[in-house]
Write a protein that binds this ligand. Structure first.
Ligand code: SF4
Length: 267
């Protein structure tokens, strides 16, 4: 592999927040080294990142980028592994994988492209769509409360939780670098506009602010924005904790078990 760019035609819509995520991802991977990095994606607009970034990658089933990343990291702990996922991919189809990876403290980085709708399938509501959201699966408006992504990760035990905005490339790069550097499970929620189905660019630009430091009370800070139009939106790192990683705990279990031993076992 000689270059991080692919020649594949980019089919994202003009103005989509995915472009910023792609650009920052390439910068971050260049710093780590392409041969030391692997990325995964699920299904959705976000997943096309696999077609545009020339690095070891795995295009998975819907909702499975996190479980794939956990497996890759366990097999080769030397790699930096990033799982790219959409809100529908990780908070609807794949929510159990997100929760368990956070609980295990698997040393991976999950990047959530938060556009708050199933965009590739032309606008259905997801778990994080706002109440009242009119879509092809909620023509009279979504009746459900939106799920707070960071609260889900926090309650599952994630050791690094952050949020950025695709309209602020510098902040996005800084936050993604911190997430990748963290030893343990790290999550970065990237608020992104979907100009085709849910154009939130001005709303995020006008209603977000950057936190100056990691808050003393992350639980409270995480709940400051309710995803439903109330409250200002904090950006930055909400939580950073040191704990043994899943890979370390698995390695400590001791001797390797051969396939023959597993087959002979009476479990
Ligand atoms: Fe981006 Fe939305 Fe277009 Fe998908 S449908 S490429 S998320 S603007």
């Amino acid at each position: 592999m000689s270059d991080i760019n692919m020649e594949t035609e980019n089919t994202w819509c003009p103005g989509c927040g995915n472009f910023a995520i792609e650009a920052v991802t390439k910068k971050v991977i260049k710093k780590i080294g392409r041969n030391k990095t692997a990325i995964t994606a699920g299904i959705g607009c976000h997943a096309k990142i696999i077609d545009y970034v020339n690095v070891n990658s795995f295009y998975g089933l819907h909702g499975r980028p996190v479980s794939l990343a956990v497996g890759i990291k366990l097999a080769n702990p030397e790699l930096s592994v990033l799982a790219f996922s959409g809100d529908g991919d990780s908070l609807n189809e794949g929510i159990s994988h997100l929760i368990h990876a956070a609980k295990r403290n698997s040393d991976i980085t999950v990047v959530i492209h938060q556009n708050r709708n199933f965009a590739l399938t032309v606008k259905q509501f997801t778990a994080s769509s706002p109440k009242g959201f009119v879509s092809n699966s909620s023509p009279e408006g979504n009746v459900e409360e939106p799920l707070n992504t960071l609260e889900v990760a926090n309650s599952a035990g994630a050791t690094f939780i952050s949020r950025s905005f695709s309209g602020d490339i510098e902040h996005l790069q800084e936050t993604m670098e911190k997430a990748v550097e963290h030893k343990g499970f790290s999550l970065i929620e990237v608020l992104q506009s979907c100009p085709a189905w849910y154009d939130t660019n001005s709303y995020y630009r006008e209603n977000s602010y950057k936190m100056e430091k990691v808050p003393k009370n992350p639980d409270k800070k995480i709940r400051e924005w309710n995803y439903d139009g109330e409250g200002k939106i904090p950006l930055g790192v909400f939580k950073k904790q040191e704990k043994p990683t899943y890979e370390e705990k698995m390695a400590r279990k001791g001797k390797k078990v051969s396939v023959e031993e597993v087959l002979k076992s009476k479990i």
